[in-house]
Design a protein around this ligand. Sequence first.
Ligand SMILES: C[S@@+](CC[C@H](N)C(=O)[O-])C[C@H]1O[C@@H](n2cnc3c(N)ncnc32)[C@H](O)[C@@H]1O
Length: 183
Amino acid sequence: MREQGATSVLGIDLSEKMISRAQEITSDDAITYRTADLETLELPEAAFDLAYSALTFHYVRDFERLARMVHRSLVPGADFVLTIEHPIFMAATHPRWIQDEDGRKTWPVNRYSVEGERQTDWFVKGVVKYHRTIGTTLNTLIRAGFTIKVVEEFAPSLEQIRENPALEEEIERPMMLLISATR
Ligand SMILES: C[S@@+](CC[C@H](N)C(=O)[O-])C[C@H]1O[C@@H](n2cnc3c(N)ncnc32)[C@H](O)[C@@H]1O
């Protein structure tokens, strides 16, 4: 963000290890790092020109509260850019797949409309995530006062698959949801 021209940056994560690592790899007085829980975090009102979050909000139970708090913390016209694990990916039977009649891997979607806690094994067993449908995610942002600008469901291009064939399975279900909104 500093390299992109931000005057100052506040970086937040619940994990002290993540914050220590960020401190190790940056050296800039205009960056402040804070260990904080997004379930309870309060930020000053109308204090930021941009809020950005990468692959974290699907670990937050109360997205409604978070979206309203972020909205209050932004100046009018500011952008809110976020990525989350795609709800289809989260609701799929990850990491178990089955083969369809053409021999391709597929991941049946499991109770997409049932929102709430889901658990997965990723590096450690029993990682807790919170499933929300795309509709709920977008409507939560709209209710908080945001205008949705762009919604992307990442899938690799044929060119990217040619360069890296392992990416092919990513066309079977979107893995990431990217949203850009404005206050
Ligand atoms: C998949 S990692 C993404 C990390 C980083 N944003 C990135 O893009 O490399 C998810 C991060 O969410 C953080 N996290 C999970 N629950 C959180 C919470 N309630 N409040 C703040 N951070 C949280 C974890 O500590 C972890 O660093």
